[in-house]
Design a protein around this ligand. Structure first.
Ligand SMILES: [Fe+2]
Length: 203
């Protein structure tokens, strides 16, 4: 199946970035993405709620994958967080998630999940964990990033690895962020758990 050029360029940039990760699972995910045909046609998608905000965030970045993502934006099925049923409506409304590969597609893989996330300015994604090993690469914008005991600001080019069950959380200030994410290992979603979080004050 012939893909539109912006989508092909996006796949190439994702593959290059994943292959640069110093873990074999990064290159394995890249190979799966590039070798597995998508069973459905890649065609223009309706804009998501955050479409203008995502474009604005990406437009401020020189990262090659951010540029490729921006160029392919109207071909990509950005949607809601797949685990939004476990979040408060306010928390679920602050992010958009795009899945490129996983057991449910659009590129099918029984072993890996891969996609992008956008998080709006002035928001907090609470402490959570899951069975899967996970790597994020920030492509545009920035966030205060908690990965286990390590909390620091992460901007474009930052690669952060969360081993299985490591607690992680993100806080944005005056700009949001766009990041690539990938899962390997045990990629079940049932283990995705929001944890007791000292940043959350329960009235
Ligand atoms: Fe995660």
């Amino acid at each position: 199946m012939a893909y539109p050029q912006p989508y092909l360029s996006l796949l190439d940039e994702v593959g290059a970035l994943l292959t640069s990760e110093p873990r074999r699972e990064g290159a394995e995910t890249a190979r799966a993405l590039l070798a597995t045909p998508q069973p459905t046609q890649v065609k223009p998608e309706p804009p998501c709620l955050f479409d203008a905000a995502i474009q604005s965030c990406l437009d401020g970045s020189d990262d090659p994958l951010a540029r490729a993502l921006l160029a392919a934006q109207d071909l990509l099925p950005w949607g809601v967080n797949p685990v939004s049923d476990r979040m408060t409506p306010d928390a679920a409304a602050m992010i958009a998630v795009l899945t490129l590969m996983g057991p449910e597609g659009p590129v099918p893989s029984p072993f890996f999940r891969l996609g992008f996330v956008y998080m709006a300015p002035w928001s907090y994604y609470p402490l959570h964990n899951h069975d899967a090993d996970e790597t994020y690469v920030v492509l545009a914008g920035r966030a205060l990033w908690t990965a286990g005991d390590d909390t620091r600001e992460r901007g474009a080019g930052s690669m952060v690895h969360h081993p299985s069950l490591m607690a992680h959380a993100f806080r944005t200030y005056d700009e949001g962020f766009v990041a690539l994410w990938r899962w390997s290992g045990d990629i079940n979603t049932e283990s995705y758990t929001f944890l007791p979080d000292p940043q959350i004050i329960v009235a």
